[in-house]
Design a protein around this ligand. Structure first.
Ligand code: RB5
Length: 146
């Protein structure tokens, strides 16, 4: 199950992503926003990321205008490794090397064609582990500092 979230700036892209996931038979839950009315992205980062942390969803995809605000908010949540991506290589390697569990994109910065390529590779690339696990563990230690 994939968690989806966006503010108004990412709403249209989230709709494209839902159509893509439907076409691939990939299950998702849309945590909002559900209209183009102006709203605050931290709320939707929290709703979608909480579903990842709880184990209800395996990954999340978040969109705002630039992808920046919602990625900053997501990375404040313990257990979340959110990657803001606008190129294929980064979307692939953030799975291989960072075990990112959240993909963030900007609805006003990249087109839907590229965005769906990023979604596809992000969802279908496995973490490599090995030396990268050590680095993830170090990130977790940072997260656990008082
Ligand atoms: C909303 O206008 C915009 O600030 C938001 O979507 C996002 O780009 C913030 O980082």
């Amino acid at each position: 199950m994939i968690a989806l979230g966006s503010d108004h700036g990412g709403f249209a892209l989230k709709q494209e992503i839902k159509a893509f996931l439907d076409s691939r038979g990939i299950a998702y839950e849309d945590f909002g926003t559900y209209t183009e009315e102006s709203c605050d992205y931290p709320k939707y980062a929290q709703l979608a990321c909480d579903a990842v942390v709880s184990g209800k969803c395996e990954k999340a995809i978040l969109c705002c205008g630039t992808g920046i605000g919602i990625s900053i908010a997501a990375n404040k949540i313990k257990g979340i490794r959110a990657a803001l991506c606008s190129d294929y290589f980064s979307a692939k390697y953030t799975r291989l090397h960072n075990d990112a569990n959240v993909l963030c994109m900007g609805g006003r910065t990249i087109g839907p064609g590229l965005a769906l390529e990023l979604v596809d590779v992000f969802l279908h690339t496995e973490f490599e582990g090995g030396r990268h696990q050590r680095r993830i563990d170090q990130i977790t230690e940072l997260e656990n500092r008082g």
